[in-house]
Each structure stands twice: as C-alpha cells, then as structure tokens.
Design a protein around this ligand. Structure first.
Ligand code: C2O
Length: 568
C-alpha cells in the first residue's frame, strides 16, 4: 500500500524537484554580496606626512567591489569616524530605489558617528567600471573605491578577452585632513588649497619626494593584453592619462561599451571612468603610466601641476632599468581633449529619444558674492566664491533629505520651481556683465513626469573664467548627442547632433567655454542630484536636483524607505 502510494507520487516529486532545480539555476547566476564598511579615522602616510583621514576598513583607496550584472549588494556601513558620512555608488542606476543612492541631504540624512546604515541595491542591466565614494562634504577625497561589474556568467566582453585586468584609481592627496581644507575654504570664501599630489591607486609615485617606495607597480608579460579600468576619483581636477610607449584602445566609458578606438592620451573628468586595452608589445622594459592636470580655466587660476606615476614592468626586464616617462599634453591642451572625446561613441546604434517633452537649458558656471573685506572675504576683489546652474546656487537642506521631504510631504524643505531656462539670457561665453555674477541661493528642484523624454543643453559661462565642468546625474545615464564651443545655437547646432551612436554616460565634461547636449528618458522615479563633480564647485552650489514623479504602472513607483534610514 505504501509502496504503491509512493510510486504514484514519484512523478509529482520528480516534477517538483526539476522545477525547483530550474528555479535555482535561473537565480544561481545572480549573487548577493554582503560587505561591511567601517568608516574610520586612519593615519595614512604619504609624502612623509601622516595625516589622519577617513578610510573604509582602514584601506586607502577603499576595497574594490567585484560583482556581476544582476547581483545584489548589501553593504552595511558603520560610521566609526568623527564626521557624518554617506556612501554613493557612482553610476549605479538604483532603479526605483533612491534610498540607496547616498548624496547627503538629497536622498538621505547622513550616517552620524556611531550609527549604521545598510545600502541594499541590485545591479540591473549595467556592466563595466563604476566606483563608490563618500557623498558628504569632502570625505570622498579618501573614501572611495572601484565597483567592477562583470557581465553575467556566459556573457563575454564585446572585445578580446584580456589576459588580466587592473583597476587604476586616479586620486588627489592633501598633506592634511581634506575636511580641514574644506573648512578653511568655507571660512575664507576663497578657492580651496590645491592638492599636494595626485595619486594612482593611492600612491603619488616616483616624481614626488619621499614617495617612491610606495609607487604602484604592475608586472606583465610580453604579449599580454591588459584591461585597464581607469577611474578619475580626483576631487577637483580633470586628468590626462598615458602609458609610456603604449597605445590604448578605448572599449568602454562610464560602464557603457564604446566603438573601439586607439589613442595615446586619455582625459577623464572627475567622476568619469574609461576602460582601455593595452597590449604588451613593446621592448621588455619598465614604463611609467602617468596622470596630470587638464586645467581649462584661465591661466591665473591655480591648480596642482604635479604628475603622478605608477610602473608597468615587463617581467623579463631588468629591475633596475629606469622607467620611461610618457609625454603628457600641456595642461591647457583643449585640442587634444576634443580629439579624444569626439571619438567616444556607443558600440552599436542606440535608441535616442527624438520627441522631447522637457526641453531644458541650464547654464553651469561660477558666481560671486560681494563681501566686506576681512578674513571671511578672501575671494577675488572682495568676494566669496559661489557657483550656480541657471543662476540658482544650490543650498542643501539640513533637517530632512529632499527625498524624505518629498516622500513624507514635509513642507518648506524645497520648492519645485527650478528654472527650465536661464532667468536672463546673455552672451554666456562672452564678456559677462558683472551685474550677472551674483547668483541666488535656494533649494529648488525641477519636477518631471515619469517617462518624459528630456533634453538638457548644458552651457558653460564665462563668469570669472570659462572652465570645463564634469556634470554628473544620479540615477540616470544619458546620451551625449552634441558638444561644441561658444554659445549653443538652437537653430544650427541640432543639425549636427549624433542620434545614431552617441555615447551613453553618467558624467559629461562640458567643453570649456562651450556646451553639451544630453538626452534621456525620465524612467527612474525619485529625487536625483545633478551636479558638477569638481567638489570645490559642488561646495559652492553648482548643483540642482530632479524630482521624477511616480508613474501609473506597477513598477513605476519608488520603493518604501528602509527601516534603518538615518534621521537627521
Ligand atoms: Cu560621484 Cu554625486 O557623485
């Protein structure tokens, strides 16, 4: 009797077993990664000084996260440091999940000393090199790391498989706690002190005194193909990058594949990433990779003009051979930048929005506040520095994040009247009248309907000096359909737009004294920060935020906030 029942049940059991196996198989590819990030005060020795700076888990740069497309990350952050902190996953779309995005007072209140917050998010249809960094005050100077997203298992790269991969994090180093650099600048109103060094993977390299023992070295074999995953994590500076004697084939930018092209020079704005293939096809030897400033503002604006290096060494080469230095472009070589950026195109044809619902025009540039001469009035000609978009210098709220205020309908935190076009039209890149140098200070967002097709013309201004601004949008990637110099001309410039294979990016370097036009579909509800990724400019207010409303559909609303969302 029992045997009979069992036999009758067996096909059912087998069926159930097969079903659950196939379910497991379909999820087996997606993994959940648990990480603990302790933000802590750490003595870090560089250039023979040992300032105490914030790090994650005592590491500088912080840990590299390696995941696959489709994976989930659960990062528990414990703030053991002395400052409020948040973390941002730069370039991760965070679909419907702005609570995990991280910018302080935009999507969350900061994690206070002693407190924890867990970032939970899934990588959805993204692969390539991204990174994570602190997003509160100037903590990101030392609190950052690579976030590498590999394709799903069984999905190859759309380029020859490299022999190995090397993350290259370009950074900026001060011989003191960067938070005190910020504090000083906020007190005086002047530009913050320039950095003391640039770094590759946290090390300034051989060209600085008291530094060569730590220089990053990468051993390779002749014939290897190496994928360099380059991240510009510097605070305030666009950087040129080269490897002596070697050509670089660009295959990806901001975690989007590009049509491969070969170049000797890269330029990355802060926030941007670029993947390149390098073939070890030179005489076995030691070659410097090097980065230094692309400084586009007028020559009297000070910048750190030092050069950071690391060493690429062929295993068969003599250990004592002097490494060869590359010939980096002049610091103001905009022609090289234009030649480089104009070659970046999407790998294949893409679907660019053509019917535009939101046609926006944002000026990006500096500004000034007149002040009474004194210690708090150290900007040029009795001013304090400011910066703005459409003349609004962005002010962060203090008691609520914008997202919480929106979600809980808390009045008085922000207004939704961010101007879609500049309040006054002027010759943006010409000789701007001083009467237009003073911005207004508000917390304004721009509200958009779910699913709107958006075009933004980003226009540099000549207030104080024209300058290349790396503009970053949270929660989105966008197509860069056009770029140019001077004032954008709405009659003639659209004819030159690339609507076939424009690059998809999360950070666009708006050309110095020029413009860039970007397009995207507002398909991710929430509050999303848009700002210049030069932190001195961000500090001065070169930012705004989009409020993308929920859609009607089932998967078109933001998810509820996590229970441990920090209070202000
Ligand atoms: Cu990588 Cu809001 O920034």
């Amino acid at each position: 009797m029992e045997a009979y029942n069992f036999l009758k049940l067996k096909p059912l059991l087998v069926h159930a077993l097969l079903l659950s196996l196939s379910l497991i198989a379909s999820f087996a590819n997606a993994e959940t990664h648990y990480r603990k990030f302790v933000v802590q005060d750490t003595p870090v020795k560089r250039l023979c000084r040992t300032p105490h700076v914030m790090t994650v888990n005592g590491q500088f740069p912080g840990p590299t996260l390696q995941v696959r497309n489709g994976d989930t990350l659960i990062v528990k952050v414990l703030n053991s440091g002395r400052y409020n902190v948040t973390l941002h996953w730069h370039g991760v779309r965070q679909l419907r999940n702005p609570w995990a995005d991280g910018p302080a007072y935009v999507t969350q209140c900061p994690i206070q000393p002693g407190a924890t917050y867990t970032y939970r998010f899934t990588i959805e249809n993204q692969e390539g090199t991204l990174w994570w960094h602190a997003h509160s005050k100037w903590l990101r100077a030392t609190v950052y790391g690579a976030l590498i997203i590999y394709p799903k298992i069984g999905c190859p790269y759309p380029f020859p498989k490299p022999t190995h991969e090397i993350p290259i994090l370009l950074g900026e180093w001060w011989n003191r706690d960067p938070m005190s650099v910020l504090r000083q600048a906020q007190f005086t109103g002047a530009a913050p002190n320039i950095s003391d060094a640039y770094t590759i993977n946290g090390q300034p390299g051989d060209l600085y005194s008291c530094s060569s023992h730590g220089t990053a070295r990468f051993a390779i074999n002749s014939g290897d193909t190496i994928l360099l995953r380059i991240i510009n994590a510097a605070m305030n500076q666009q950087l040129f990058f080269q490897v002596a004697g070697h050509q670089l084939t660009v295959v990806e930018a901001d975690a989007a594949y590009t049509k491969p092209f070969t170049t000797s020079t890269l330029m990355l704005g802060p926030g941007q990433t670029t993947n390149v293939l390098l073939t070890a096809n030179q005489a076995p030897g030691r070659y410097y990779m090097a980065a230094r400033a692309y400084a586009s503002a007028s020559p009297n604006v000070p910048f750190d003009n030092t050069t950071t290096t690391a060493i690429l060494e062929y295993r068969s080469a003599s250990r004592t051979a002097m490494p060869i230095l590359p010939q980096l472009p002049a610091f103001n070589d905009t022609a090289t930048v234009t030649r480089f950026t104009s070659q970046i195109k999407s790998l294949s044809e893409v679907k660019v929005p053509t019917k535009i619902d939101e046609n926006l025009f944002f000026t990006v540039g500096l500004g000034f506040l007149n002040c009474i001469p004194g210690p708090r009035c150290q900007g040029p000609n009795n001013t304090r520095f400011a910066a703005s978009m459409n003349n609004v210098s962005f002010v962060l709220p203090r008691k609520w994040s914008l997202l919480q205020a929106y979600y809980q309908s808390i009045p008085g935190v922000f207004t939704t009247d961010f101007p879609p076009v500049p309040p006054v039209k002027f010759d943006y890149t010409g000789n701007v009248s001083r009467a237009l140098w003073r911005p207004v200070f508000y917390t304004k967002v721009y509200k958009m309907k779910f699913g709107s097709s958006v075009q933004i013309v980003l226009q540099d201004t000549a207030i104080f000096s024209t300058e290349d601004h790396p503009m970053h949008i949270h929660g989105y990637e966008f197509y860069v359909v056009g770029q140019g110099f001077g004032n954008f001309n709405p009659r003639t410039d659209p004819a030159k737009f690339n609507l076939v294979d424009p690059p998809l990016r999360n950070t666009i370097d708006v050309p110095v004294g020029g413009w860039a036009v970007i397009r995207f579909v507002a398909d991710n509800p929430g509050v999303w920060f848009m700002h210049c990724h030069i932190d001195s400019h961000l500090t001065w207010g070169l930012a705004m935020a989009f409020l993308v409303e929920n859609g009607e559909g089932e998967l078109q609303s933001i998810v509820p906030p996590p229970a441990d969302l920090p209070p202000c």
